[in-house]
Design a protein around this ligand. Sequence first.
Ligand SMILES: Nc1ncnc2c1ncn2[C@@H]1O[C@H](COP(=O)(O)OP(=O)(O)OP(=O)(O)O)[C@@H](O)[C@H]1O
Ligand SMILES: [Mg+2]
Length: 251
Amino acid sequence: MKSRPIISLKDLSFRFPGSREKKNALERINLDIFKGEKVGILGESGSGKTTLSLILAGLEKPTSGFLFYQGMRLHGRKAYRDYSSRIQYLFQNPAGAVNRYRRIIDLVSEPLIYRNYSKKAIKSVAFEMLQRVGIDPLRWYDYPDQLSLGQIQRVCLARAMTAGPEILICDEPFSALDVSNRGKMEEILLQLNENHGVTLVIIGHETDLLLRLCQKILVLREGKKVDLIDKTRSDYVLCEYTSRFFNKKLI
Ligand SMILES: Nc1ncnc2c1ncn2[C@@H]1O[C@H](COP(=O)(O)OP(=O)(O)OP(=O)(O)O)[C@@H](O)[C@H]1O
Ligand SMILES: [Mg+2]
């Protein structure tokens, strides 16, 4: 099915600049992500999930070790800029990630301007995306401060979709959503993956959810990889930490 990974992490470590912690926030992580894969990152609070996802998105650079895209080592500002343009990132705190002075419709339309869509097409695609994520048309001309966190999370998904990413990284994308919107978000993510070949990286701490959505799950503990659950392998055995901490069996 797959040959070369789209993203590869090799011996990657990360330390926050000026950190007084004795240990690194991430320690010698290796991970391959293939095109069209659905990869989960699981771990307790503070285990390094967000830090790792920011590095995967090109928003932070490793302190040591390497990040490869399509077999090429990322190095230099231009390479990082090109890489980041292929990726959309849904932040764990979406309210802090959107420009609060822009209307919802403009936030969702913006990526289409850069993709050279016509004015008419921009409007219709943005409307369609907002409808897909279930934002009431009465809200389309509001500002982010007038929306709930769950609504902003869905606006961010609509915006990410209009950017047409190759890779979508979602940091706890369901955290502010109620059950019905959670279902909608899951369905959209799976559709993006199945119908448009978008590679998904989903960060979370809910084992059931990640086991259901992802083929492969990296388990982090205190910045270290302790397990890699590969659901495509029938002979897979959970490591002791994963089964003890999460107290789950594979579906
Ligand atoms: N800006 C920062 N400066 C210094 N240390 C940080 C910074 N951000 C995070 N850390 C530390 O790095 C470690 C990993 O944090 P990270 O946010 O990646 O965890 P997480 O797994 O995403 O947790 P959560 O599930 O609570 O979101 C933690 O010990 C945290 O305190
Ligand atoms: Mg986090």
